[in-house]
Write a protein that binds this ligand. Sequence first.
Ligand code: SAM
Length: 322
Amino acid sequence: MTSTDTEEYAFYRVAPEEDDFRHAVIDGLSRRPRCIPPKYFYDQAGSHLFESICEQPEYYPTRTETALLKQYAHEIAAVAGSDCHLIEPGSGSCEKVRHLLDAMQPAAYLPLDISCEYLEKAAAGISEDYPWLDVHAVCTDITDEVSLPFIPEQADAVMFYPGSSIGNFDPEDARAFLACLASITGEGGGLLIGVDLKKDPAILDAAYNDAKGVTAAFNLNLLRRINRELAGDFDIETFAHHAFYNSDRGRVEMHLVSEREQTVRVDGHIFEFSAGDSIHTENSYKYTIEEFQTLAQQAGFTPCRVWSDREDLFSLHYLRTA
Ligand SMILES: C[S@@+](CC[C@H](N)C(=O)[O-])C[C@H]1O[C@@H](n2cnc3c(N)ncnc32)[C@H](O)[C@@H]1O
């Protein structure tokens, strides 16, 4: 781990395994079905594109979750308690936490994200706007074992995991990841987590296929990243964004589909595509409130409060470590 202390905040970088991206891409394109984990969407460009997705009218999760945070910040603060160490895995732009900080008055805020430059800028913004807050940003892959050496032994830790990012894990992996969060928060800790709800598939299909094509650009940016960082020669124009709700699995799937037969080279490896062949790039599982509470209980949490909007689009859960 390397660390840089600026006057305003501390920044730590936990380097991923060397060749991590290269290995995931070569391995993922060699498998059938082909798949590349969604965490590789988030280079600088990918992080900015995700921010634009959040502004699209069809993309209801961000505005719905933000409205819940604004409306219930004081209730959330009451259950979470003040003076905690507030840890946000996958913090992105750190915009949502702004609705909690004044109400919660945490002792410290720890945003964690894989997108280093983007995290640095977001953490600096928080540090500037909340000068009373101790900020420790950690650039890391949250699916790797992460150590947080600056949480004092006796401090209460509260995790904030918004954006329904938990939906990117298959349920088995989600359970294991939640159990890992429970072990970090420990006794007396808690987790405030945003979870997208099951709903009319037409709403989901629209949200992941916005009219401006921002989600498509976000998905296709993965191929641009491969071309740039791994000497790839994907012809971006010949791949199409494909997103749909798979009701049997309870998830939205995103794919990149080859529109013609072609050969692609990545870092000296050759990959053949027929027309219609897909690379599976993301799942976003949707849950009912009860389904998610069961999953959380299996991971060692006790459901404490749930807030949702009138249309039952999105839910915000506060869970205590059992
Ligand atoms: C869907 S965005 C959500 C951003 C923000 N939390 C929100 O709710 O708007 C996912 C965020 O998690 C980060 N991320 C994805 N996979 C990650 C991983 N394995 N480790 C650390 N951060 C990750 C991305 O860089 C991105 O900022």
